[in-house]
Design a protein around this ligand. Structure first.
Ligand SMILES: NC(=O)c1ccc[n+]([C@@H]2O[C@H](COP(=O)([O-])OP(=O)(O)OC[C@H]3O[C@@H](n4cnc5c(N)ncnc54)[C@H](OP(=O)(O)O)[C@@H]3O)[C@@H](O)[C@H]2O)c1
Length: 245
């Protein structure tokens, strides 16, 4: 029987490619989005036209009640979730001196609380001994930090902390949790970096190119598969070998 994957923020960018990658591998796919219904439906259409199954579920993960609804809807349609990928994330960059309380709170609420709520509700909607696999999408910024991104950096370090703590807490139940930490990957989120900036970043990377969304999708597929069954509590950088953000 096909396994079920729920990906938050899967209407665009990295989440979209993760969704298409898992569909190709035979998963039923739940595509969460918060506002962009056309983009989410397009991902569903691409998947279902290739003989796999997918649904789009609207919900803002930063609101605990909506996170609960996302999990309920996914479970009602496909049954217990086998793989949860906390991918939804936002940035509100700027120097700390002028960073507003709202910019701090919004990033924490979506990036950190969103993943916390999604994990909590998913755990409460699976049968005992169900070998759930959880993947948090973090960032190189959550390993080495980056200027003008203190809120984002804190959020990604927190997601990595969640991985470390929950690997210990959930391991005895046969549940694994890991993080995939992308380097600069071309999506709407990185539109602010101009071509010269991207070129300069690629030069700093040992493999001499930027990451693609497919690179991240393949890493997630590995961490969701039985090939990684003894791996938990790990942060996997997918960044071409760059030791810096
Ligand atoms: N791109 C990079 O270079 C890079 C590098 C390191 C880490 N990352 C991480 O990778 C993840 C994906 O990034 P991306 O570049 O693909 O981002 P993106 O292109 O900006 O897409 C963001 C996705 O998240 C959804 N989303 C935003 N807020 C949400 C909320 N409150 N609840 C549910 N969904 C929400 C969006 O839905 P709508 O379409 O409905 O708005 C969209 O599907 C993020 O966690 C990011 O921090 C990215």
């Amino acid at each position: 029987m096909a396994k079920n994957v729920l990906i938050t923020g899967a209407s665009r960018g990295i989440g979209r490619t993760i969704a298409l990658t898992f569909a190709k591998a035979g998963y039923n796919v739940v595509i969460n989005y918060t506002s962009n219904i056309e983009a989410a439906q397009e991902v569903v259409r691409l998947i279902t036209s290739n003989n796999a199954d997918a649904i789009a579920v609207k919900g803002d993960v930063s609101k605990d009640s909506e996170a609960l609804e996302i999990v309920k809807q996914a479970t009602d349609v496909f049954g217990p979730i086998d793989v949860l990928i906390n991918n939804a994330g936002i940035k509100r960059d700027g120097p700390i001196e002028t960073m507003s309380e709202a910019d701090y709170d919004e990033v924490m609420d979506v990036n950190v609380k969103g993943a916390f709520s999604m994990i909590k509700h998913t755990l409460n909607h699976i049968p005992p001994k169900h070998p759930l696999k959880i993947i948090n999408i973090t960032s190189g910024t959550g390993i080495v930090g980056r200027e003008n991104q203190v809120n984002y950096a804190i959020s990604k370090f927190a997601l990595n902390g969640m991985v470390k703590a929950l690997a210990k807490e959930l391991g005895p139940k046969g549940i694994t949790i890991n993080a995939v930490a992308p380097g600069l990957t071309e999506t709407d989120m990185t539109e602010y970096v101009d071509e010269a900036g991207k070129q300069a970043q690629a030069e700093r990377i040992p493999l001499k190119r930027l990451g693609t969304t497919q690179d991240i999708g393949e890493a997630c597929l590995f961490l969701a598969s039985d090939r990684s069954s003894f791996i938990t509590g790990q942060i996997l950088p997918v960044n071409g070998g760059l030791h810096g953000a």
